[in-house]
Write a protein that binds this ligand. Structure first.
Ligand SMILES: *Cc1c(COP(=O)(O)O)cnc(C)c1O
Length: 388
């Protein structure tokens, strides 16, 4: 006789959003430990480890600073340490986060020009080339992976154009760093920003900034003011395996643990995994007859945007997935709100998670009245996974 269950089992919360992302147990355990003194020898070891492993992951000799801030704090530090009032800045905008760079630069008094493309498309290196030929800019801001639309830009090409014209490249790699190969020095990225709650598998709260030689040269002439985000303070402290102010000790310890996991899996395996997650998810979604928002050629390996089927709202899909399966997917942002829904697949995400999401989405859509042959998505995804 089966025992009657009176309390329904609560499925584990599942975040298929572009941050915060799932956090591995080893990282949670590191964060849960009692804080240690930030001027202790133990903590110096943590800073030493974290600094070395971040540089390893970015394949760089650039300085790196871990700021107690969200990713946007890192973006502000990037601007306030390099851009002076009146400077001409070119912002490459293909979504909400590209626009954020422009707004931050404007907040620091820069004369910002936007190179804008339609949502769902990428910035072309040719149009950047044209711009840099016709005008003189102090800096170009670039969003590597535009989280609001699910587009990945060809960063290597874009940075090469900046370098050719001797313009500082300031890059938001918040949803790409740690998921895709990003050799900072080889590509010539001057400033690169990332955050803890995306591919680095941590809760929110840390902003990470890589600051190269050309960026230091720009800082020497920079007339903007900063105190907490003055990167010279971080450079000096990091050299002594320390931090200028009380850092988020717990998240720092978590970062040490997550970087160890990343090192153990290997940067190439991680990149291959994200590539596979994208491919499997897209194949499943298309087999279900859904329309993807972004063409394969610039589709992000960390986030996928989907148009809702005719007659079914994004709101209904999100509510049903959350209510029945405790899976959270994201709405579109700003003018794309209600137009697309977004599935994040960055960091601590496996093939299983994609299969599960596809299956639950299929069940949800069927329930909401969408006509699809059940099992189609699974079949497509399973075939891909079997063939790898
Ligand atoms: C999440 C994100 C950020 C940082 O946002 P915060 O909320 O400040 O952490 C910046 N850029 C992109 C592309 C992002 O996805």
């Amino acid at each position: 006789m089966p025992i009657p269950i009176s309390i329904p089992i609560q499925a584990r919360e599942f975040l298929m959003i572009p941050g915060p992302t799932p956090v591995p147990d080893a990282v949670l355990e590191a964060i849960a430990r009692h804080p240690i003194g930030h001027r202790s020898a133990e903590f110096s070891k943590v800073v030493e480890d974290v600094t070395a492993n971040l540089k390893w992951l970015g394949q760089t000799e650039s300085d790196v600073a871990v700021l107690t801030a969200s990713g946007t704090g890192g973006m502000e530090a990037a601007i306030s340490n390099t851009v002076s009032p009146g400077d001409k800045v070119l912002s490459l905008v293909c979504g909400v986060f590209g626009e954020r760079w422009a707004k931050i630069a404007e907040a620091f008094g820069a004369q910002v020009e936007r190179l804008k493309v339609a949502p769902g498309t990428a910035i072309g290196a040719d149009s950047l080339e044209e711009k840099l030929q016709s005008g003189s800019y102090a800096a170009v801001t670039i969003t590597h992976n535009e989280t609001s639309t699910g587009v990945i830009n060809d960063l290597q090409k874009l940075v090469a154009v900046c370098k050719k014209h001797n313009v500082l490249s300031i890059v938001d790699a918040v949803t790409s760093f740690g998921a895709v190969p990003l050799p900072i020095d080889e590509w010539g990225v001057d400033v690169l920003v990332t955050g803890s709650q995306k591919a680095l598998m941590l809760p929110p709260g840390l902003g990470i900034i890589f600051f190269g030689e050309r960026a230091w040269a720009a800082k020497a002439n920079c007339k903007s003011h900063s105190f907490y985000f003055d990167l010279a303070k971080y450079r000096k402290s990091t050299k002594e395996n320390s931090t200028p102010f009380t850092p988020n000790v717990s998240l720092f310890c978590g970062l040490q643990a997550s970087l160890k996991m990343i090192k153990d899996e290997g940067a190439e395996s991680i990149a291959a995994r994200h590539h596979r997650l994208r491919k499997t998810l897209r194949a499943g979604l298309e087999a279900m007859g859904l329309q993807l928002f972004v063409d394969e050629s610039c589709a992000s390996p960390t986030i996928t945007a989907i148009k809702p089927p005719e007659g079914i709202t994004v709101d209904a899909i999100r509510k049903s997935l959350k209510g029945q399966y405790r899976i959270t997917v994201a709405d579109g942002q700003e003018e794309l709100k209600g137009q697309i829904f977004r599935i994040g697949h960055m960091g601590y995400v496996s093939d299983r998670d994609i299969l599960m999401t596809l299956a639950c989405l299929e069940a949800t859509l069927t329930q909401l009245g969408y006509h699809t042959e059940p099992g189609k998505a699974m079949q497509a995804a399973a075939q891909l996974l079997a063939a790898r």
